[in-house]
Structure formats: C-alpha cells, structure tokens
Design a protein around this ligand. Structure first.
Ligand code: GLC
Length: 430
C-alpha cells in the first residue's frame, strides 16, 4: 500500500527552501555578522579570532600537521616548497571510533585515551624519531577561544563529541602532556587553527582571490578574512581570519523535524544551523521524515541518501534496494520515488541554506561597494560527493546575487585541513 499523498506533501513542504526564505537567511546572516563584529556575545555566531591572516604563498619548510576534528585523525608530514607548491612526505591516519573495539569520543572515553591516541599517531608520523625537531600545526576543528596562534581553549564540544575533561582546557597543553608521556619532546606545537581556517589558508596558498573557507561535511562552519582586525600577535596579511562557528547560527526558523532532532541531540539548543545542513544530521532528519510516512523509524545515513538520490534510472532499482535493505520489505515504485524526492528536498535545502550563509559573507565583505571577484574555498564530503549539492549552490548563488553571481564561485579545496595546518606552522615560525 502506498502512502497518503496529502501526508507526503505536508512532510515534503517542511523542507522547502523558497527564494524568499534563503534571501531572508542571507540577510539575517549578514546582520548577525555585523552584530558579532561589534560584540561577539550578541551574535548567535561565536566569531572567534584566529590570529592569522592570509599566507603569501611562499612559506617553506617541512612541518607536521595534525588534523583532528572529524571521524578520522590524520597526521601528515608536509614539505612546503613555496609558490603554492607542496609535497606530502608521510601520511598516517586512523578513526576515532572502531565499533566493538574502541571509542575515543564517547561519554565513557577519557582525556588520556584521546590524547594518547593522537600522540601515538604523531609518533608513527615521525617514525619514532625522538631527536629531530618538528614544528607542528594543529587543525583542531571545534569552537575554541584563542588569544594567540598557538593556544586554543575548547569552549564546547560539537558534532556529538563527548569526551569529558577537554572542554575548558587548552588543547595543546593536553597534547604536550600526552607527547611527553610517550617520550616525545622534539615535537613543538606552534599553531592551532580551525579546519575552516585551514581550508582558507590552503586555498589562498595556491591561488589568489580567496577570502572565505568553509567545511561542508560531518559538521558545517565557515571563516572569512576580516580586513578591519589587526593584532600585534597575529601573523599573515590582509587582516585576521575569523572563525564564525556559524554552525551555531540561529536566526532562521527551523521546521518541526529540526526542533525534534535538536531536542534529542547531545547538546540541545546548540549548533542549530549545523543540525539543519550538515552530514552528521542529514540522515537523521531523513529518518524522522520517512518514519512519518512508513509509521516506523529506520536509521538512514547521509550515505544512504546519497545512494538513493543518485539513482536516476526509470525503475529506481538501486534506490529501491537501499530502501528494501533498511526497511526489510520491498516498497512500491511510487513510494520509492516519493522517498527519493524527500531525500532530495533535504539535500537541496541544506545546499541553499549554506549558500545563503556564503552570500551573507560576500555582502558583508563588499560593504557598500562592489562585490569583488572571489572564490569560496570549500572542503568536505557533502560538498564533494553528495548529489545535487554543487548545482544547487550555483542556482542559489544566481538567485541571490543576480549578475554578480558571475564574480563568485565555490571551489573544492581537498585536504586543506592538513595543508593549512602546515602553512600556519610555517607562518608562525618564519
Ligand atoms: C563544527 C565545529 C567547527 C568546525 C565544523 C566543521 O561546527 O564546531 O569548529 O569547523 O564542525 O568541522
């Protein structure tokens, strides 16, 4: 039996992101930015100072890069060669959770386990060499307050991380303790940056006209170069990069699924924007919406959604298979098509909202003047791999910017988290 059309249309309409809605989101985003520039406490975004501006592109030397903030931790050795060139000379990486084996991010994990794990990966990346000096750049992708480039204090865990004892601490102090315990005293952390900042540094190292960096993955967040902020403790050119922590942006109306998801999450009330758009939550929104149609809840992931939406065949064979595997029975073709439409609507809403936030930044940077030619550098699996995302970003850019859309595009900066950390380290020691 297929589902009732009225019910389906009602659920689907919850995820509509009309041109009026995204225009309003873009305007509110810009306004919240302006409020935050005057007083970060009054904005829903944290607007965190990074103490770094843009690189010159001529940074050189070999550095260690620790990339910590998603499901995998990576440690790289990167040789910066200047003129935007670099070489990764060593790469190690492991997941923070291995089902049935270990979990370093859950409520029952400890600081020692988490940072001991990082120290072990660093040890592997330096091949156990405990005498050569290595400068380390650390991409730590959580909201952290800094008063210089090298010290970052975790304000609050996001993305459902829950290890006790890290919030409120200076993360590189925890790292140094763990390194020392392993007998590593030759690794010197010199810079901590957010992953969005890393993406911006990485893209700006390689090309000009990039002032905004964004992650569109498990989590979502954006940073941009604010030309009006200069600090004697800062490095780099053009002002200072602000990590907006716009996953916490709240000046938009959530639908009833967003509200319910937020209530059930690890940190209700926090990261409302991120919970509407990022990969970590998209599957849950979809599961909740599908549950209303099927009368029973099944846990879909963003990867399932991607598979369902990617199927463009007339019989939707692949989509039907993914659904049948979850649901435990075959669905009628008409219902497979409807569920696919629902998945698409959730993805399209996400892309349109994210674009609205980019446009808010573009407007803010332009002030009363003309919009400059620019690229918004983006990294992350949702941006890179999720069907419908790129074309809907482009469509929304045109809707919001009109003719000026010709001056603004998004570019993939793959692996920027690692490279950016190495660049920040180079900027700190040069
Ligand atoms: C979360 C974090 C933020 C990070 C983003 C992407 O929003 O709070 O710091 O940049 O995820 O990883």
């Amino acid at each position: 039996m297929s589902f009732e059309e009225g019910k389906f249309q009602e659920v689907l309409s919850e995820f509509a992101a009309t041109p009026e809605f995204i225009r309003e989101v873009a305007a509110n985003f810009r306004q919240d930015l302006q409020i935050g520039l005057r007083d970060p406490k009054s904005s829903s975004m944290r607007m965190l100072k990074s103490y770094v501006g843009l690189p010159t592109g001529n940074e050189k030397g070999e550095f260690l890069a620790l990339d910590f903030g998603g499901t995998n931790v990576r440690v790289l050795r990167i040789k910066l060669e200047g003129e935007g060139r670099y070489e990764v000379t060593k790469r190690v990486g492991e997941p923070l959770v291995l089902e049935g084996k270990y979990d370093y991010i859950g409520k029952d994990s400890t600081v020692d386990q988490m940072f001991g794990f990082l120290a072990r990966l660093i040890d592997e990346a330096i091949d156990g060499d405990h005498s050569t000096r290595f400068y380390l750049g650390h991409t730590f992708s959580f909201p952290s307050s800094q008063d210089d480039l090298n010290n970052a204090r975790l304000i609050i865990w996001t993305k459902e991380f829950a290890t006790p004892g890290v919030e409120g601490e200076v993360v590189n102090d925890l790292l140094l303790t763990a390194l020392k315990k392993r007998g590593i005293e030759n690794v010197v952390p010199v810079a901590v940056i957010n992953d969005t900042v890393a993406v911006l540094l990485s893209a700006a190292y390689k090309q000009s006209d990039v002032y905004t960096g964004s992650i569109y993955a498990t989590g979502h967040n954006t940073c941009y170069l604010e030309g009006s902020i200069h600090d004697p403790k800062g490095f780099g050119r053009g002002g200072m990069i602000l990590n907006l922590e716009c996953g916490n942006f709240m000046k938009l109306t959530p639908n009833r699924f967003d509200t319910e998801l937020d209530q059930k999450s690890e940190k209700p009330g926090e990261q409302r924007f991120e919970k509407m758009v990022s990969g970590r939550y998209m599957g849950e929104l979809f599961s909740m919406a599908v549950a209303e149609l099927l009368g029973e809840k099944f846990n879909f992931t963003a990867i399932d959604m991607s598979g369902i939406v990617a199927d463009e065949s007339p019989q939707l064979t692949k989509a039907a298979k993914i659904l049948a595997e979850k649901v435990g029975r075959e669905l009628e073709l008409a219902d497979v098509a409807r569920i696919r439409e629902l998945a698409a609507a959730i993805i399209v809403r996400s892309a349109r909202l994210v674009t609205a936030s980019y446009v808010g930044i573009v407007w803010q940077r332009a002030g009363n003047g003309e919009i400059q030619k620019q690229h918004v550098a983006v990294d992350g699996s949702v941006y890179e791999k999720m069907p419908l995302v790129k074309e809907n970003i482009n469509r929304a850019l045109s809707e919001l910017l009109g003719e000026d859309a010709a001056k603004v595009d998004t570019i993939l900066d793959n692996g920027g988290s690692g490279l950016g950390a190495a660049i920040a380290a180079a900027m700190a020691v040069q």
